[in-house]
Design a protein. Structure first.
Length: 348
């Protein structure tokens, strides 16, 4: 195998050293996670080796850990296909495999590894070069790790699936998580009036990042408030599409980004009929990692129009606690895992 880079830290030899990673071998609760030593990865052609500085948790990681819903077991019915979770990462390129020209050792990068094996909860990970983007100068590794999956989902849900336009009334249902906090800021960047629905304890933060109005879902029924919307981005999928259709304006769009399998199949079965009958669009967003969209999000960050919201930052050895907190649903924004070869987590 040909590895580019200068001798020393940038050179990877066969039979490399051990590195620390958070590993799991069976589905279940966060207690299944264990800090272990694993072989240091070696990049194949078209791949890079990244020294991970930070990673963040997503719903996909949570589902894969538990093996729930059952769709997550399609590639590993009895045992997990991916022994190391973590799709969103930020770090520094240590070495490159043959055929890689876009990056060189020392480059600071971030990206979504969900399409090429996960593995971000480790000191080192290998990844296809085509899923990565250069980290914007001035963006911390923690911030960069918080962006890829949640930021791209929010952007694609609003821009591509929702066709957001200036002056529209937009609702974000479940705006307090990773996708939602990016969606609030992006919708404001597009010039929309934004209503956000979530738990009472998250609402002040959502106002601080730009929400025009906030709704405590436990105190008010959004389908009976008398307001209508041009675009509804549903991050949690806790109500039927019909409920949201009632508060969509003519030619409006409902976009489901997250939710239960039950709600997903309901939308698959009845969404086309609902769209035809009411002339209001109803659909769901398929997750598509996109380095070009990452670069756009980086530009928005550099221009002061977007800032990742990070609730807590945990060291790698406390990843189980981080998953427990994620599963509780109390977090606002993102939960970040920081590798322990760096300074202590700034938010802990």
């Amino acid at each position: 195998m040909t590895i580019s880079g200068t001798p020393g830290d940038d050179q990877v030899e066969e039979g490399g050293s051990k590195v620390k990673a958070m590993v799991y071998t069976s589905y279940g609760t966060p207690e299944r996670l264990a800090l272990r030593e694993v072989e240091k990865p070696i990049p194949a052609p078209g791949e890079v080796l990244i020294r991970v500085y930070a990673a963040s948790l997503n719903s996909w990681d949570w589902d894969l850990l538990r093996g729930k819903p059952w769709l997550t077991r399609l590639e590993g019915l009895r045992t997990p296909k991916y022994g190391i979770l973590g799709a969103d990462i930020a770090g520094r390129v240590e070495a490159t495999g043959s055929g890689v020209h876009a990056f060189r050792p020392g480059d600071e990068v971030f990206g979504d590894l969900s399409g090429c094996g996960f593995g971000g909860l480790s000191e080192y990970v290998r990844a296809r070069a085509d899923v990565l983007s250069l980290k914007p100068p001035g963006m911390s590794f923690e911030e960069a790790a918080a962006v890829p999956q949640a930021g791209v989902l929010a952007l694609q849900g609003l821009r591509d699936k929702g066709s957001i336009k200036r002056g529209q009334n937009v609702m974000i249902n479940g705006g307090g998580g990773g996708v939602g906090t990016f969606a609030v800021q992006l919708a404001k960047t597009y010039g929309a009036d934004v209503t956000v629905v979530d738990a009472a304890g998250k609402l002040d933060k959502l106002v601080s990042i730009g929400a025009d109005r906030v709704v405590d879902y436990a105190a008010e029924d959004i389908s009976r408030m008398g307001r209508t919307y041009d675009l509804i981005l549903d991050v949690v999928g806790n109500r039927s599409a019909l409920d949201f259709n009632r508060i969509l304006r003519p030619q409006g769009s409902y976009v489901m980004v997250g939710g239960t399998v039950h709600r997903l199949f309901q939308l698959l079965l009845f969404g086309p009929l609902l769209s035809t009958a009411t002339r209001k669009k109803s659909g769901f967003l398929i997750h598509r990692p996109n380095p070009q969209d990452l670069r756009l999000l980086g530009e928005l960050y550099a221009n002061g129009k977007l800032a990742p919201v990070i609730d807590r930052c945990y060291p790698l050895r406390e990843a189980a606690e981080a998953f427990e907190y994620f599963g509780s649903g109390r977090h606002v924004g993102k939960i970040v895992i920081r590798m322990e070869h760096l300074l202590p987590c700034p938010l802990r």
